[in-house]
Design a protein around this ligand. Structure first.
Ligand code: MN
Length: 206
């Protein structure tokens, strides 16, 4: 997995996003990073990322994750991101790729249920357990189309498995703040010179 596509899309003199990796090929011992970044770009979406082989595998989930096992959420696979991206919260300037406000909506670690993660990814069905602050328990990502010509653009579904973390609670609506700074999108935009009005469209009304 390479970061070529990630780098090609960005101008690191102009965006505060990390070029990464700072330590090439460094595999940290122990647990793998899981992060969800709420991103008010041209459209609101939640970037769901799982660390694997030294990068963050990434999916854009337009409606965000649901705790309800009856709900399947579309997750479009996007380019791999550097592991350093897991700490990024801030504003991507106007004119840059993904321009808008980024919030660290959830953070933690993850563990695959299967022994052969690469085979599961290849087959388009990966079951895993999340240890986040907002999301936990067992989940699955299932590829619905593709890989086709452009495997990095394939469509997947993100689904919660039935366990004690499952519920009908509207987790994106009821827990709209950053897990690291407790800020709303509008607060982040205000603090970091972004478009406050636009960012606030991704926050709960009122
Ligand atoms: Mn995004």
């Amino acid at each position: 997995m390479k970061l070529n596509e990630y780098r090609k899309k960005r101008h690191f003199g102009k965006t505060p996003e990390p070029p990464g990796p700072s330590k090439a090929g460094k595999e940290r011992n122990g647990s793998l990073i899981y992060v969800v970044q709420k991103h008010m770009a041209s459209h609101l979406h939640y970037d769901f990322r799982l660390e694997w082989h030294g990068v963050l595998l990434s999916w854009a989930v337009p409606k965000g994750p649901s705790l309800d096992p009856a709900v399947k959420r579309l997750a479009m696979q996007t380019e791999d991101h550097p592991v350093e991206y897991a700490d990024f919260e801030g504003v991507i300037p106007v004119g840059q790729y993904g321009a808008g406000t980024v919030m660290l909506w959830d953070q933690g670690t993850w563990q695959a249920d299967s022994a052969d993660v690469d085979a599961s990814l290849q087959q388009g069905e990966i079951k895993f357990t999340l240890y986040g602050k907002k999301l936990g328990g067992s989940w699955v990502l299932v590829r619905t189309r593709g890989p086709g010509k452009n495997a990095s653009r394939s469509a997947w579904l993100l689904i919660k498995h039935r366990d004690r973390y499952a519920s009908t609670k509207d987790v994106t609506g009821e827990e709209p703040r950053s897990v690291v700074s407790r800020r709303l999108l509008a607060d982040i935009a205000q603090d970091e010179g972004g478009d406050i009005e636009r960012a606030s469209k991704g926050d709960p009304a009122g």
